[in-house]
Design a protein around this ligand. Structure first.
Ligand SMILES: [Zn+2]
Length: 117
């Protein structure tokens, strides 16, 4: 099995984190997933329904980004604690190929497909 380069994992996770925080910021959200109070929806929309729809869409995007950010933070925490690369479900090593494709993965491919179905 190919050894995982933890330094490159850390730098790609850090990059992903920076990107996610930036995207959240562009949507008017804090790192915590809270929208800033100065965010205005529906500016320029003729009706309130369109403004509400926009708000719902933005909140969905924020929620999604926040989940990804939590996964990335979790992976960084596991790197620090030395738990990185172990499947949370069965405790076996997650394959290097899978971690390269998805550094924030918490499940091995077997558990992932079992739990997803
Ligand atoms: Zn597993």
């Amino acid at each position: 099995m190919t050894a995982i380069n933890l330094d490159s994992v850390r730098s790609s996770l850090t990059e992903a984190r920076t990107r996610l925080v930036h995207q959240l910021g562009e949507l008017g959200s804090e790192e915590t997933g809270e929208l800033r109070s100065d965010v205005v929806f529906g500016d320029g929309f003729a009706d309130a329904a369109a403004a509400t729809a926009e708000r719902t869409e933005v909140l969905g995007l924020v929620d999604n980004l926040k989940k990804q950010l939590d996964e990335v933070d979790g992976a960084l925490a596991r790197l620090d604690s030395g738990e990185y690369g172990k499947c949370e479900n069965c405790g076996r090593d997650i394959s290097a190929a899978r971690l390269e494709a998805r550094p924030e993965a918490t499940l091995c491919i077997d558990c992932k497909s079992k739990l997803a179905s």
